[in-house]
Write a protein that binds this ligand. Structure first.
Ligand code: FE
Ligand code: FE
Length: 193
């Protein structure tokens, strides 16, 4: 492991609770495996996985305040459900506090929660790794998605988005438009294959 990753891990450990830190390691390792499988940059996948939830343990009220302070745009869905903000705030911190300048890594952090249409390979990898890492156990179709992740990444992304929409719909939370757009895009892609 290079110096930079060791630094990132030390810092993260102080910012995250134990469960979140373990989840983070799981996402980093899973993203690295998916990068091997699909020919993406393994180091970048690992770093994006490590940092994807770096802003997760900040209280929601504070997330809103910090986004306002740093002039990060807040959508209606994010106002109703500020937890969503950990993604863009996380990308901001990755740049400002962890010295990440690689736009691909920052994109993967930004879009890991909602997804978006036409994600890059690295974005798809982190999006899926977040869902399937070994500690995850709640999603109903997890086994199927885990297999799919290593056989057909884009179809796996579509399946996760479909599950997210169903789950959010049930809880009557604010639906993020980007997730809907992402689902429609990946569904269309799936039909073309
Ligand atoms: Fe997250
Ligand atoms: Fe996560």
């Amino acid at each position: 492991m290079d110096e930079k990753q060791i630094e990132i891990r030390k810092k993260l450990k102080k910012k995250l609770d134990t469960a979140r830190y373990e989840h983070t390691l799981g996402v980093a390792y899973t993203a690295a495996c998916l990068a091997m499988r699909y020919g993406a940059d393994i180091q970048k996948a690992e770093v994006a996985g490590l940092l994807h939830d770096c802003a997760k343990c900040i209280p929601d009220e504070e997330k809103l305040q910090k986004c306002e302070k740093h002039h990060l745009p807040i959508s209606d869905a994010e106002r109703k459900n500020p937890s969503l903000l950990h993604a863009k705030l996380g990308a901001y911190y990755a740049r400002q506090k962890y010295g990440i300048t690689d736009e691909e890594i920052l994109g993967a952090i930004t879009w890991h929660t909602t997804g978006k249409p036409e994600m890059t390979l690295l974005e798809e990898i982190v999006f899926i790794a977040d869902y399937i890492e070994p500690d995850r156990d709640r999603a109903p179709n997890l086994e199927e998605i885990r297999t799919l992740a290593f056989t057909d990444l884009k179809t796996a992304v579509g399946a996760v988005l479909a599950g997210t929409l169903a789950y959010v719909g049930k809880r009557q939370d604010a639906l993020d438009e980007t997730t809907v757009a992402a689902y429609e895009y990946y569904k269309r892609i799936g039909e073309l294959v």
